[in-house]
Design a protein around this ligand. Structure first.
Ligand SMILES: NC(=[NH2+])NCCC[C@H](N)C(=O)O
Length: 304
C-alpha cells in the first residue's frame, strides 16, 4: 500500500509520478493542440521532437535517482502525450483526487491505474462531473490550498481554462479545516505570453517562505496582493512576461533547499543560490514548448 502524504510544495520528496515522453505521437495538427504555445511551435515548425524530450525527462529522472526518490511512470499509450503527469490527479494530505481533465487528455488517467490500485480505496476521490479541476491549478502550502481558476462568464470558450468554480468549491468542501483561496487567472487561446494555463504557470512557493510570481498572470490585482501579504514582497521573486512564457515559475522542489530548474533560467537560478538553495539545473527547453515544465511533469505522492 502506498501511504500518501503531501502537504506543501517543498518538503523532501520521497515518491513521485513522473510523466513519460516516449511514443508521444507525431507533431499534432494545429486544431489538435490544446494550448497556445504548442500552437505557436507547430506553426513555426519548431514543435519539439520525441528524442529530445525523452532526453530531458531522463535528466529529470537522473536527479530523482541522485536524491533517492521513488519514481513511478505511467504505462505507455501508443502515440499519446503523457508528459504532464501533474494534471491528471493530485494528492492533498493522504487523499488521491482524480482530476476531471480536458477530454483530450482523459486516457492519461488509465495509464496510472496501476498506481491508484496501490492506494487504499477509501482514500481515492473522484469528483462529480460538473467539477473541472487539474493538478497544475492546485497548490499546497500547509494549512492553505491555492487553486487557480477562471471566473469569466465565457469559461466554456476557453480550452485553456481547466478549473472551474465547482472545482474550487469541491476542494473547499473536502478540506473544511484548510484555507482554500482561489485565483482568477488570465487566459488566452492564442498568445502564450498572456495565458496562465494553470496556477503553476504564474506562481509557486519555494523553500519555507518564498515564492516565484508573475503579477500580470492574475486578472485581479487583489489576488496578487493576497500572496504579497501572505509571503511578504521581499520573499517573492517577480518574473516578467517573457520569463513567465519560458515557465520560470514551473520549477520543482525536492526539498526546502533543493530546487530542480531549467539551466537557462540564469536570473532565477542565481537568486535561488543567493538564498542558500541547491539548484539542480537540467535541460528542459524542448518540453517547455508545450507550455509545461518541471512541476507539470511530476505528481508527488509522498513528501516527508
Ligand atoms: N500543470 C501544468 N501547467 N501543465 C501543463 C500542461 C500543458 C499541456 N500542453 C496542456 O495544455 O494541457
Amino acid at each position: 500500500m502506498l501511504e500518501l502524504n503531501v502537504k506543501n510544495e517543498t518538503s523532501r520528496l520521497k515518491a513521485v509520478v513522473l510523466g513519460i515522453a516516449n511514443s508521444n505521437g507525431p507533431t499534432p495538427k494545429l486544431e489538435e493542440a490544446y494550448d497556445p504555445k504548442s500552437k505557436e511551435h507547430i506553426l513555426a515548425g519548431t514543435y519539439p521532437v520525441e528524442s529530445d524530450m525523452v532526453k530531458e525527462m531522463k535528466a529529470l529522472n537522473g536527479v530523482f535517482e541522485k536524491y533517492g526518490v521513488d519514481v513511478y511512470r505511467p504505462h505507455l499509450i501508443k502515440d499519446y502525450n503523457q508528459i504532464f503527469a501533474r494534471d491528471i490527479a493530485f494528492v492533498i494530505d493522504d487523499l488521491f483526487i482524480k482530476a476531471n481533465i480536458l477530454p483530450d487528455r482523459e486516457q492519461e488517467v488509465e495509464a496510472i491505474q496501476y498506481i491508484i490500485d496501490q492506494i487504499d480505496t477509501s482514500k481515492v476521490i473522484t469528483p462529480p462531473e460538473k467539477v473541472h479541476i487539474e493538478g497544475g491549478d492546485v497548490m499546497l502550502w500547509d494549512d492553505h490550498i491555492f487553486v487557480g481558476t477562471y471566473k469569466g462568464s465565457d469559461y466554456k470558450n476557453y480550452i485553456t481554462a481547466r478549473t472551474n468554480m465547482y472545482g474550487v468549491d469541491f476542494i473547499k468542501e473536502l478540506f473544511p479545516n484548510k484555507t482554500v483561496k482561489e485565483f482568477d487567472l488570465v487566459k488566452s487561446k492564442l498568445e502564450p505570453r498572456d495565458n496562465a494555463l494553470h496556477l503553476d504557470c504564474c506562481f509557486q512557493p519555494i523553500g519555507s517562505n518564498k515564492g516565484i510570481i508573475f503579477k500580470n498572470g492574475f486578472r485581479e490585482e487583489q489576488d496578487y496582493m493576497y500572496l504579497v501579504e501572505l509571503f511578504g514582497k521581499e520573499n517573492l521573486f517577480h518574473i516578467d512576461r517573457e520569463e513567465m512564457y519560458h515557465m520560470y515559475s514551473n520549477v520543482f522542489s525536492i526539498a526546502p533547499d533543493v530546487v530542480i530548474t531549467e539551466r537557462n533560467f540564469t536570473r532565477l537560478n542565481n537568486w535561488l543560490r543567493e538564498h542558500g538553495m541547491t539548484v539542480e539545473e537540467i535541460p528542459y527547453a524542448e518540453i517547455s514548448k508545450q507550455e509545461g515544465l518541471l512541476r507539470c511533469s511530476t505528481m508527488p505522492l509522498i513528501r516527508e
